[in-house]
Write a protein that binds this ligand. Structure first.
Ligand code: HEC
Length: 178
């Protein structure tokens, strides 16, 4: 009897471990990399105080009422790669003009795609993150941090939705990074 209980506990333990290590995003490595990516973007003036911005435009679900999107490059771990930064603005009184006048007042989230060769060949090697305006990684309703290969299955997952982008590059706005 005791043996059987031990065996069951062992199996549960193994099951749990494999679930944790199989989590495709939000783990320690992804969080560390997200931190480096934020610092790199901040160093290049792409996020944070006085970051450069493009003209705000009216957005579509789920990214927010008003958006601006930048294509740039930034260097993480000594490797310079393409980064696409989408800032998501909202809140009372939001409009294109209001955002252009005072972006920080309306900034809600910063969604980022960073090209990371070899990281996820199946999905075009994008590293996905959703940051808050201060560089913290936001979580989904299940409490999982949105950094890494976010997520194929879930309807709200970046990859799941971006797979529909034309050109097969997971980028909606253009096909430059095929
Ligand atoms: C339900 C669909 C959907 C989900 C989920 C989604 N996106 Fe998007 N995303 C879009 C659409 C549509 C666009 C293009 C229109 C626009 O500019 O808003 C876009 C644009 C972008 C862009 C600009 C590059 C491009 O593809 O044109 C980035 C960067 C981005 N999304 C990041 C993310 C990240 C990071 C996540 C997950 C945290 C995410 N997205 C989740 C639909 C989605």
């Amino acid at each position: 009897m005791r043996k059987r209980i031990m065996a069951t506990a062992g199996a549960l333990c193994i099951g749990f471990t494999s679930v944790v290590s199989a989590a495709p995003f939000g783990g320690t490595d992804d969080m560390g990399y997200a931190g480096k990516l934020w610092s790199a973007m901040e160093g290049d003036g792409l996020v944070g105080n006085n970051a450069i911005m493009s003209a705000p435009y009216t957005g579509v679900h789920p990214h927010g009422a008003i958006l601006d999107t930048l294509d740039a490059t930034t260097t993480v771990d000594g490797k310079k790669n393409v980064v696409i930064i989408k800032r998501n603005y909202g809140g009372p009184g939001v409009s294109k003009q209001a955002v252009a006048n005072d972006p920080a007042k309306f900034l809600k989230a910063i969604t980022v795609m960073y090209k990371r060769p070899g990281y996820d060949p199946e999905d075009k090697d994008w590293f996905w993150v959703k940051f808050n305006p201060k560089g913290g990684v936001l979580k989904n309703p299940k409490g999982m941090s949105l950094a890494g290969k976010v997520a194929k299955g879930a309807a709200e997952g970046c990859i799941a939705c971006h797979t529909a982008a034309p050109g097969g590059d997971l980028v909606f706005n253009h096909d430059r990074y095929k």
